[in-house]
Design a protein around this ligand. Structure first.
Ligand code: ACO
Length: 334
């Protein structure tokens, strides 16, 4: 096993204040609390008020992560913001995050890998630190999905929520009480572009520029073939997680926790059971938060660290899949 180059120095998250329950959705579309809970595991999700933009949530999560890491924003060498709901098409949301947290002139860029964005971000940050080019990298996963959800489409609107999570990465170092090296131990990233049509916001870009007709046909909103995504999610989350463990000569039994992307409780249960990991090792908050895409893993990780459930020295498998279809896994000793 190669020695880790980077480790997570601190995490943070932000959830907006508005709670939208399944009962609220029952008043908006033809659905029921029992259908949503049984098919997805979700009871409520958070929604950002109109005054909040994606970068506001990202900056709040980032400040909290920097505080925990005891790193000033001026020490950041790179800001990576994983999002598919940017403040605007140009410039990158990361630019506004840089301003709002008071970082210097470090490069700041967005990463578009949907639900897999945070895991992709971890992998990229780890590579930069391993190369010696960077020392401290901020990775944020943030989504304001309520602005791109069609609130009249019951097949998608019940799934998604808003929020942000962040991690500050720095050079690895420091063994834990169990003698494990703290750090990013292995990462895997994959994309199958032939499945791009399974989950998309098809309109509003260069292929289908914004127009009145596009707005009326709601092509600027999320469109999803739910069952196609479900099947590929279970298969690929399991295979990439297995590959990340194989890279280390580890098995599910070596893990303290699994921190999976909170897509759907049935997807997570199936993928985790196929890895042979007991259910009580699986972290989850989907019931309260819904699917927050790239923000999902860092929100869950930060909640779990701050509540004392996940301890320094615990080894955690993170895995995510989403639009692209893109997916990835990371094995990390916290
Ligand atoms: N309330 C009530 N009924 C509904 C709702 C709803 N909100 N949504 C769909 N239905 C109906 C359908 O119309 C269908 O009715 P019919 O049989 O009369 O045609 C019936 O329920 C069953 O629909 P299915 O699509 O077969 O339901 P399924 O069990 O597949 O669950 C779901 C749908 C929850 C979307 C599931 O496919 C899923 O979770 N897919 C993964 C998608 C996902 O998580 N995407 C997020 C981004 S990617 C990621 O994070 C992995």
């Amino acid at each position: 096993m190669r020695e880790p180059a980077s480790r997570i120095l601190g995490t943070g998250h932000y959830l907006p204040p508005i709670v939208r329950t399944n009962a609220d959705l029952e008043r908006m579309v033809d659905t029921s609390d029992s259908w949503i809970v049984e098919r997805t595991g979700i009871r409520e999700r958070r929604i950002a008020p109109e005054t909040i933009a994606t970068s506001d949530m990202a900056a709040a999560a980032a400040k909290s992560a920097l505080e925990q890491a005891e790193i000033p924003a001026s020490a950041l060498d790179l800001i990576l913001v994983a999002t598919v709901t940017p403040d605007m098409p140009m410039p990158a949301t990361a630019v506004f995050v840089q301003q709002k947290i008071g970082a210097g002139n470090c490069p700041a860029m967005d990463l578009s890998a949907a639900c897999a964005g945070f895991v992709f971000g971890l992998s990229i940050a780890d590579s930069f630190i391993r190369s010696g080019a960077m020392r401290h990298v901020l990775v944020v996963g943030v989504e304001l999905l309520s602005r791109v959800v069609d609130w009249s489409d019951r097949t998608t609107c019940v799934l998604f929520g808003d929020g942000a999570g962040a991690a500050v990465l720095g050079p690895a170092g420091g063994a834990t009480a169990r003698g494990r090296s703290r750090g990013i131990l292995s990462t895997r990233m994959s994309t199958d572009g032939t499945l791009a049509g399974s989950l998309a916001i098809p309109g509003g870009g260069s292929a289908r520029p914004m127009s009145q007709a596009l707005l009326e046909s709601k092509q600027h909103k999320i469109q999803m073939k739910g069952q196609d995504v479900f099947k590929v999610a279970v298969k690929n989350l399991q295979s990439s997680s297995q590959a990340a463990l194989d890279d280390l000569g580890m098995t599910g039994a070596d893990l303290d926790w699994i921190c999976p992307h909170q897509a759907n409780i049935r997807i997570i249960d199936l993928a985790v059971s196929k890895l042979g990991v007991p259910r009580d090792k699986m972290l989850t908050n989907i019931e309260r938060v819904g699917n927050t895409s790239s923000a999902s893993i860092p929100i869950l990780l930060d909640e779990s660290v701050r509540s004392g459930k996940v301890h320094p020295g615990d080894t955690v498998l993170m895995c995510a899949l989403g639009a692209g279809i893109s997916w990835g896994s990371a094995v990390v000793t916290i």
